[in-house]
Design a protein around this ligand. Structure first.
Ligand SMILES: C[S@@+](CC[C@H](N)C(=O)[O-])C[C@H]1O[C@@H](n2cnc3c(N)ncnc32)[C@H](O)[C@@H]1O
Length: 223
């Protein structure tokens, strides 16, 4: 099935909602002056020491909002480059009255310098763009990504990877993660097919409608 950009009807959040749920971090400023940004950790963002989960490429944020509602004692941050998608996430978080979630608009590669070591409990990367046209460029999943994941996850912290894309999964994600002895799978099977969660993300629903099952890996950081 061809990949098309999703059109979203939404508008920028009010100043009050933006202050609570939304940050727009400039790529240039992050690159030049990462020291101008708060450390992406619970104390700076939520004023507490609760565990922190991060979704990379969270899109419209419904999965993350659902997780945040399940675990009020955990904080959740979603990072994405697509403003309109994040505005949807902000709308949803506000309608659900969530106090433990923030969305950041920025390319994740530029956010790495503000992520402290051992600070994150779980990282979700679900349905990353495979970047078919610009193969190799601007990819999120690569070996520097795994280095960063290893650095920022707390010991025993989890990385959840889901994709619809067979080539990305079998040629890149699976071999690279399997070869990386810093992580241990959380399942007996080499990989998982299907993802039964109470709330499925926009992309999971879309691909399942086209009978493309999710391919999945869950690993934990050793130590
Ligand atoms: C296919 S969508 C998946 C969205 C969501 N995870 C879901 O399951 O519905 C991929 C998302 O990754 C975002 N993305 C692409 N490159 C990114 C980057 N460098 N940093 C952060 N997000 C990125 C896109 O804007 C898009 O919202």
């Amino acid at each position: 099935m061809p990949r098309r950009a999703i059109r979203l009807k939404t508008k920028a959040p009010s100043p009050e909602l933006a202050q609570k749920y939304f940050r727009h971090w400039s790529q240039g400023e992050l690159y030049q002056h990462p020291e101008h940004f708060p450390r992406l950790a619970s104390p700076a963002f939520f004023g507490n020491e609760c565990p922190l989960d991060l979704e990379i490429g969270c899109g419209t944020g419904e999965f993350l909002c659902w997780l945040a509602a399940q675990e009020p004692e955990v904080n959740f941050v979603g990072v994405d480059v697509f403003a309109k998608a994040l505005y949807k996430g902000v709308e949803e978080a506000s309608e659900m009255g969530l106090e433990n979630i923030v969305f950041i608009r920025a390319p994740i590669q530029f956010v790495y310098p503000v992520l402290p070591d051992n600070a994150i409990r779980t990282i979700y990367m679900h349905y990353p763009d495979p970047h078919l046209r610009a193969r190799g460029q601007h990819k999120i999943f690569n070996s520097p990504f795994l280095d960063e994941v290893h650095r920022v996850l707390e010991p025993g912290g989890t990385l959840s990877l889901v994709t619809d894309h067979e080539a990305l999964f079998f040629e890149e994600i699976l071999p690279m993660v399997e070869a990386d002895r810093r992580f241990t799978p959380l399942h007996e099977e080499r990989y998982l097919v299907g993802y039964e969660v109470a709330l499925k993300s926009r992309y999971q629903k879309m691909w399942e409608k086209h009978e493309v099952p999710p391919l999945r890996l869950e690993v934990k950081k050793n130590g």
